[in-house]
Ligand binder design. Structure first.
Ligand code: ZN
Ligand code: ZN
Length: 232
């Protein structure tokens, strides 16, 4: 839905708590108190995959990652309000909420190195047609404006993968393997952008496609991080 139409249809109240938005917050869908309530991910974490927790020996989450995928970080835990905001972005047609998510990402994530480009994780064409937009592309565009680094839309999703919720980490990797290919990929450093990190399987598959196209240094940022399922 175009932004102007959204603004006409939506009352100026916070998407999450329903309190009226301050005049200075008119650009936002989520009020400042709700945004500050999202819980940032804090160290100690694995230096590579950003998974919080004490580490003894090699990290089990990222030990099998392709060598080119050198770091990943998420801004906040995917609990209550943050989960609702992602839901609004993905399933309620509220693409504009990406601006609020990007504000929080910029606040909590390291500024990417100069010379890097942001690469949104794509949806399969059918899913994108249904949704009208790719939520990761919305996030990447908002981050590109804030960090002033270029956007490189160089990944294609060949097929949608079935829902990963109930799968073990190994099954998730198998589920997304080969799901991506590149178009016009340049070899410079890339930073993948996605909405949520759960086990990293989607990022791994996307990174594998970039690495196959000659990209040697890949990072990844997501807005949310789901708490790790018990089986990890
Ligand atoms: Zn609120
Ligand atoms: Zn790790």
């Amino acid at each position: 839905m175009p932004n102007a139409l959204e603004q006409l249809l939506l009352p100026a109240e916070c998407l999450l708590c329903r309190n009226l938005l301050a005049f200075t917050e008119a650009d936002h869908l989520v009020c400042a108190p709700c945004r500050y309530r999202w819980r940032p991910i804090r160290s100690p974490w694995c230096d590579r995959c950003g998974q919080p927790g004490p580490s003894f020996g090699p990290c089990r989450l990222c030990a099998q990652w392709p060598a080119a995928l050198v770091w990943a970080r998420s801004a906040v835990w995917l609990d209550a309000g943050a989960r609702d905001a992602v839901h609004a972005l993905k399933y309620r047609g509220l693409g504009r909420v990406a601006q609020d998510l990007a504000d929080v990402m910029v606040r909590h994530l390291p500024r990417p190195p100069a010379g890097a480009a942001l690469v949104p994780v794509p949806l399969a064409p059918r899913r994108q047609r249904e949704r009208g937009y790719n939520q990761s592309a919305r996030l990447a565009a908002a981050l590109s404006a804030r960090w002033e680094i270029p956007l490189r839309d160089c990944l294609i999703r060949r097929r949608e993968t079935r829902t990963q919720t109930a799968l073990t980490p190994e099954a998730r990797l198998a589920n997304v393997a080969g799901a991506f290919q590149t178009r016009n990929a340049a070899a410079g450093p890339c930073i993948l952008v996605d909405d949520v990190f759960t086990t990293g399987a989607t990022l791994v598959a996307a990174a594998a496609a970039l690495a196959a196209a000659g990209v040697q240094e890949i990072g990844a940022v997501t807005f949310g991080r789901a708490s790790v399922p018990d089986f990890i």
